[in-house]
Structure formats: structure tokens, C-alpha cells
Ligand binder design. Structure first.
Ligand code: 3ON
Ligand code: FE
Length: 494
């Protein structure tokens, strides 16, 4: 594998650091339903609905930068498509913390990923509050939009105006301050009606997972229909999970959490995670209440080495559960002395897509790597969520090995490894692609990909619409404001 630093646009797989860094900028304006006209192409008439995205929208206050982009306040972007026209709305989530810091004009709270209050260690020691910045995902549940951040509760928003109603208990389901994951999974109807399956973790020397399923359609939308809590030995950092018709799958990474430097004001909480040398990762499988194994205790199996944030998908095959995930060799942290804008990419671990077959009779696991290319943010056709899927779409690096920023979109045929690429390199950078199936079509790769692209040359954000089957360009909409690299997004069909 090549170890050449690719920081010049003149080498293959190269990019310009300033182009990349310019995608991190404060959002200064909030827009309400501004019309977007395509720079190129045409918006497909069948694409009808709203694309919501969440991600950091503020990186700096009073000249102080966040230590890590994941510490930026959540800003919601909504692009609505109707009759080949599109509009853009965007609004910060008015968390208690955003409001206070907006008024003060400076950071008043520490961030989980290492942003400190001014004044050094002394000013931060013993301040162990978590600032819920609501920046990770946004989904519709019933008549509310929920802005999610995994270490605390959801903020409810108005789906049209994006106004913040406030923290929500989801009609009394959540206790004050209870953690609610930012990675709900949408069961397309494995047992009849579609559902939102999600969880909350309370971790420490033992970890408690609360698994919840909500109705998503009809008059019952938003109602809790299933709820169970299980305890497991050991600390767990569970950013994501996967579902099948009968199971939910969690991967307990082999990592330690030593909160002392956080308590003493030296590090952010997430900077206190380190991989456990010689540690054993575990799969925690919890049966779903609607399935064959309802009410049974969880099953635990050894998992492969490596660190996982995100899963692609899972499905059942005879006595096996198959789980596809993006593996890093180590937990990627940005340590206190480092600056994320000038970090050395060569020392950052790359994410690679792997498949793991878990034998439920205890006959071990089998793993396979699909590709060496660095990837993130992978998804299957949402109708195949929890079922075997042939195709996956993901954001990838332009170079074929090593860590590098995400500059291209890949369609992968999981059955034979065939792939197709669309690239924004050398001057463009991509966010998470969202696959929207064509209404009424059965073909798994029939539909579109919605991808926000940072165009480093124009210093502008663009929303790209690709055809999901061959990644040909359908349309490019340029945004009137800059929208920084985001985290996750969702689709609500009209
Ligand atoms: O005890 C605590 C448990 C817990 C839930 C420890 C803790 C403080 C670390 C914690 C909190 C975790 C949080 C708040 C996690 C938030 C994660 C987040 C906002 C985003 C994660 C994104 C992951 C990836 C892989 C993103 C990749 C992005 C790119 C490659 C492109 O920009
Ligand atoms: Fe995530």
C-alpha cells in the first residue's frame, strides 16, 4: 500500500488541503423554503418528498475553534422535492446549550470530542456535564422531526418550519436525560407494518441496552409498541446497530473508557476511549419482540478485532446471522495537542467494509473484506433493510488504499464485488449518500442517490442527484449558503 501523502491535486488520488478544510465553516444564515434551480440536469418528477440532514453547523465562537467537528452544534437542512422543483430550508437546533452560547458569544460548555472551555485545565476540571448538541441524525417519527445525539434525549422539531419544540420524552417513553441513539433503523415491514427500531445505552462497568420499537404509520405513528432492557458485562461504545426480522445486533468494541482525564479537565469524554490491547470484541444479539425468539435472553458471541462505528446491514441465513460493518484498525481519536484541520491523514486509520457470518450454533465466525478502499456511510436500498441485499452505496476515498477524505461515491455489488464509481475528485468532497428507491419499482438499484458535495473550486455546497443504478449524474443543485460536511440524513416520501 502507498504511504505517499496525497495533499496535492497533481498526484493521482491527491487533493488540496485548503479545498478540504474550507468545507468546515460556520453557517451564518437560516433560510426558509428558498427555491433551488439546477445548475445542470433536471430533478426527476418521481422524486417527491423531503431530504433532511443533520450535522455540525457551527465550528467557532469568539475565535475559538471546536477541537473536533463532531463537537459542532446541530444544524438541520431540509431539501423538499415536488414536481421537479426543490426548496431549501435550514435551521439550527435551539438546544439549551446553543441558546446560551449564542447569547454569550463564546463556548460555555465542554464538548464530548475535546472542545474545552477557555482557561485551561483548571477551568474545565470537574465540569462533567455533557452538552447535547443534537447534531448526528434527523428522522421523522409521527408528526415530529427528531434531532438526535446519542448520549442524551431527542429534540423535537416542527417538520415544516424546523422550529425547535424542545427536548422530547416521546410521550413519556424516555426519562429525563435518558440516552437515545442517533442510529434508528427502519424495518420496512418484516412482520407487517413498518417500524422504527432503536435503542438507548447506559454504560459503565455494566452496560444496559434499552431496545424500543415504534409504529411509523397510520394513527398509531410514534407509539411505542415494544420495549425491553438487557444488561451486559463491560463498557460499551455503541454508536450504531443492525436489525433483521428476528434479531438486533450490537457490536461491543474492545475498548476501555478511563474517564479520569475527562474529570480532571484534560480531555473530552470521547478522547478517553482507547482500544483494549488483547481485548475481545463481542456481538450482543438481542431478540426482537415481534420475532421467533421473543422474550428469550440475548446471545453473546466473539467478534473480530477492530473498531466499528457503522454497520451497513444484517440478515438471517439458516443458522447464521450475517452482518456487514465498516472496520477501523483502531479507535480514531484526535488527541488534545492535535488540530483537526492540520491532522496528518497518514496516521489516521481507514474504514473498510467487511462481512461477518455469525454461527448461532456457536460454530464460530467467518469474515471477509470487500475492498481495501477507505469508506464510510454505507447503505442498502431501505426496502432491503434487515434482509439480504445485493447492492450497497457508500462514500469512499479517491485513492484505493490508506486514509483519505471522502471524495467519491461507490456502488458495490455485494454478490460479486463489482463496483461503479462517481468521483468529485480532485476538488470535491462528498457526504453520506442517501438511496431513495423509485416509487413503485421493484428493482433493487432503481432510484436515486442524494449526495451533498463540497465543491472546493467554487467554495460552494451542491446537492447532487445520481441515478442509483449506474451513478450517472441526474442533476446538480447549487446551494445559496455553504453547508459544512454533515453526519446523517433521512428521507420522508411525500
Ligand atoms: O460513556 C459515554 C458513552 C457515550 C454514549 C462515553 C461517550 C462520552 C464517548 C459517549 C458519547 C458518544 C457520542 C456523543 C458520540 C457521538 C458521535 C458522533 C456525533 C458522530 C460519529 C460519527 C462517526 C463517523 C465514523 C463519522 C465519519 C465521518 C467522516 C469520515 C467524514 O467527515
Ligand atoms: Fe453515525
Amino acid at each position: 500500500p502507498s504511504t505517499v501523502s496525497a495533499t496535492s491535486i497533481d498526484v493521482p488520488g491527491g487533493f488540496d488541503r485548503d479545498d478540504w478544510a474550507s468545507g468546515y465553516c460556520n453557517v451564518e444564515q437560516e433560510l426558509n423554503a428558498v427555491s433551488l434551480r439546477p445548475l445542470r440536469g433536471q430533478i426527476p418528477a418521481e422524486l417527491q418528498g423531503s431530504h433532511y440532514r443533520n450535522g455540525p453547523g457551527r465550528f467557532e465562537r469568539d475565535g475559538q475553534w471546536v477541537h473536533h467537528p463532531f463537537d459542532g452544534d446541530g444544524m438541520i437542512t431540509a431539501v423538499r422535492f415536488s414536481d421537479s422543483k426543490a426548496t431549501l430550508s435550514n435551521r439550527f437546533v435551539r438546544t439549551k446549550y446553543w441558546q446560551e452560547e449564542e447569547k454569550a458569544g463564546r463556548f460555555l460548555y465542554r464538548g464530548v470530542f475535546g472542545t474545552q472551555k477557555r482557561g485551561g485545565v483548571k477551568a474545565n476540571a470537574f465540569d462533567v456535564r455533557f452538552k447535547n448538541i443534537a447534531n448526528t441524525q434527523v428522522v421523522q417519527l409521527g408528526d415530529q422531526l427528531l434531532a438526535l445525539w446519542e448520549a442524551a434525549g431527542p429534540h423535537a422539531l416542527d417538520p415544516v418550519s424546523l422550529e425547535t419544540h424542545g427536548l422530547s420524552s416521546l410521550n413519556g417513553v424516555l426519562k429525563p436525560g435518558e440516552a437515545f441513539s442517533a442510529h434508528p433503523r427502519f424495518d420496512p415491514g418484516h412482520h407487517g407494518d413498518p417500524r422504527m427500531v432503536t435503542f438507548g445505552v447506559n454504560t459503565g462497568p455494566t452496560s444496559k441496552i434499552r431496545l424500543m420499537e415504534f409504529a411509523t404509520q397510520g394513527p398509531d405513528a410514534g407509539r411505542l409498541i415494544s420495549d425491553r432492557t438487557d444488561s451486559f458485562k463491560g463498557f460499551a461504545f455503541l454508536h450504531d446497530f443492525a436489525i433483521t426480522p428476528n434479531w438486533t445486533l450490537f457490536l461491543q468494541n474492545a475498548i476501555n473508557f478511563n474517564p479520569l482525564p475527562f474529570v480532571l479537565g484534560q480531555k473530552g469524554a470521547a478522547q478517553c476511549l482507547t482500544s483494549k490491547p488483547g481485548g475481545q470484541a463481542k456481538f450482543w444479539l438481542i431478540p426482537r419482540d415481534c420475532g421467533t425468539f421473543a422474550g428469550q435472553p440475548p446471545r453473546i458471541f466473539d467478534a473480530p478485532d477492530g473498531f466499528v462505528f457503522h454497520h451497513l446491514n444484517a440478515w438471517e441465513e439458516g443458522d447464521e446471522l450475517v452482518l456487514e460493518s465498516i472496520y477501523y484498525s483502531d479507535y480514531p481519536s484526535i488527541d488534545p495537542g492535535e488540530d483537526f484541520l492540520s491532522m496528518d491523514f497518514d496516521f489516521f486509520p481507514e474504514g473498510r467494509l467487511e462481512q461477518c457470518r455469525i454461527n448461532l450454533l456457536g460454530k464460530g465466525i467467518e469474515t471477509k473484506r470487500f475492498s481495501e478502499r477507505c469508506c464510510e456511510f454505507a447503505m442498502v436500498n431501505p426496502r432491503r433493510e434487515g434482509l439480504s441485499a445485493r447492492y450497497a452505496w457508500m462514500a469512499v476515498a479517491e485513492r484505493e488504499t490508506g486514509y483519505a477524505p471522502l471524495q467519491a461515491i461507490k456502488k458495490l455489488d455485494l454478490s460479486n464485488g463489482d463496483q461503479c464509481l462517481w468521483s468529485a475528485a480532485p476538488r470535491g468532497f462528498v457526504s453520506e449518500p442517501l438511496m431513495v428507491p423509485r416509487p413503485g419499482s421493484e428493482a433493487e438499484d432503481d432510484g436515486w442517490l442524494l449526495v451533498f458535495v463540497w465543491n472546493g473550486e467554487r467554495r460552494a455546497s451542491q446537492l447532487l442527484i445520481l441515478n442509483a443504478n449506474d451513478l450517472s449524474e441526474q442533476a446538480v443543485l447549487e446551494m445559496p449558503i455553504t453547508i459544512p460536511y454533515g453526519l446523517h440524513g433521512s428521507w420522508v416520501a411525500a
